[in-house]
Design a binder for this molecule. Structure first.
Ligand SMILES: Cc1ncc(COP(=O)(O)O)c(C=O)c1O
Length: 391
């Protein structure tokens, strides 16, 4: 029973097939004067345009990379080339460390980091604190779309607006949000957004969206023979081509879910299907989350961190962390694991969260992460197992 979607999701057969098919038929480098290389070029172009539909942007605004962390280090170093003393970057304590440490590393150039707090009672971002930290010296505001620990979904549209008001760039970490909610970078009007396909039923890779004007204007670190054209100039070395083939198949999967969810209408675009898929999956996740949270709260000695009021569930996703008196998270995860139920324990790299809530020294939390392939029966099984374990 996979209840660790936040650590990485299982993949549909079509993703596996696309990866192995690429390796068996078209395994080649790009830009060569022979067939399998040309096939590789066109496959990558198709995957780029599929991801562009997933995020609602243009294909030349999609950068592929090893994972979100690598892409963020690359982009933060590039943006940091023009920064120095007197410049500030605003981060949040609710974020995964991959949207924290790469920016904090710019302190070595004299950049000042200002980290916004979160409200401990419900683990929501302290928007007043965030707004107070954004000012005329702010150059970048980097914020997560959703927390991979406590499940809070942040009002990133508001954060993007605050950044824009002072002429700062917005950098959105949508890694945790992507399997749970529709992303529309055009509507958000963010400058950058990153996600990782292995969190939404694809291969282990990362994807960065950058506004075309920024991808053209900022200077990536790159080797000389690499092109100056976007988006390739932001992609270092030979990419994971089989993974990219899997990304295309992953977006195809989303499209198919959307088509199936509403008796296929002729002329429906890929983006429209993705929008429909999200609407259908959201409802199912919401029902599982309601049942799971109600069931967890009834377990004696259990403390759930994050939003627990069902009337506010639109502001959270089905990623739930708990601690249970008298049991370490590792002990709980191990006992669940022995029963074939896979959850995670610890800090999941959301280090500032576990430190601020003072649970880092206690083994962090037990995290239960639901995605659309989980079922109401699995929710019942997890609850029964936990009740049995805690006696
Ligand atoms: C919210 C969030 N941001 C960033 C990351 C890092 O992503 P990657 O493993 O692609 O570097 C993760 C991984 O768990 C995450 O959950």
């Amino acid at each position: 029973m996979f209840l660790d979607g936040p650590g990485g999701t299982q993949v549909p057969q079509r993703v596996i097939d696309a990866i192995s098919d690429y390796l068996s038929r078209n395994n080649a480098n790009t830009g060569g004067a022979y067939q399998t290389s040309r096939n590789t070029d066109s496959m990558i172009a198709e995957a780029r345009s599929a991801m562009a539909d997933f995020l609602n942007c243009d294909a030349d605004e999609i950068v592929f990379g090893a994972n979100m962390t690598t892409l963020t280090y690359g982009m933060s170093r590039a943006l940091g080339r023009d920064l120095g003393p007197g410049d500030e970057i605003v981060l949040t304590l609710l974020d995964h460390d991959a949207n924290f440490s790469p920016w904090k590393a710019l302190e070595e150039k004299g950049v000042v980091i200002r980290a916004a707090k979160f409200n401990e009672v419900d683990c929501t971002l302290d928007m007043a604190d965030l707004a107070s930290k954004i000012g005329s010296r702010t150059r970048v505001v980097a914020v997560g779309y959703a927390s991979n620990a406590v499940g809070t979904v942040n009002n990133v549209a508001e954060v993007v607006g605050l950044a824009r008001q002072v002429g700062a760039l917005s950098y959105i970490d949508a890694v945790h949000y992507a399997p749970h909610g529709l992303i529309d970078v055009r509507q958000l009007d963010c400058d950058f957004l990153v996600c990782s396909t292995y969190k939404f039923f694809g291969p282990h890779m990362g994807v960065l969206y950058g506004k075309r004007e920024h991808l053209k204007k900022f200077r990536p670190y790159k080797v000389r023979p690499n092109t100056d054209n976007i988006p390739n100039c932001w992609e270092w070395g030979t990419l994971n081509h089989e993974g990219i083939a899997g990304i295309k198949a992953c977006v195809d999967y989303w499209e198919e879910v959307g088509r199936q969810s509403e008796k296929e209408r002729s002329g429906q675009t890929r983006r429209e299907s993705i929008v429909r898929a999200h609407a259908a999956l959201h409802q199912h996740e919401r029902q599982m989350m309601e049942k799971m949270i109600a069931g967890l709260l009834a377990i004696p000695g259990l403390k759930l961190y994050g939003i627990t009021d069902p009337s506010r569930f639109e502001n959270r996703c089905a990623t739930i962390v708990v601690r249970i008196e008298g049991h370490t998270p590792l002990e709980l995860a191990t006992k669940l694991g022995e029963r074939g139920i896979f959850t995670w324990d610890g800090n999941y790299y959301a280090l500032n969260v576990t430190e601020q809530l003072d649970v880092e020294r206690l083994g962090g939390f037990l995290r239960i992460g639901l995605v659309h392939y989980n079922t109401m029966d699995e929710v019942d099984t997890l609850l029964a197992a936990l009740r049995e374990i805690v006696g």
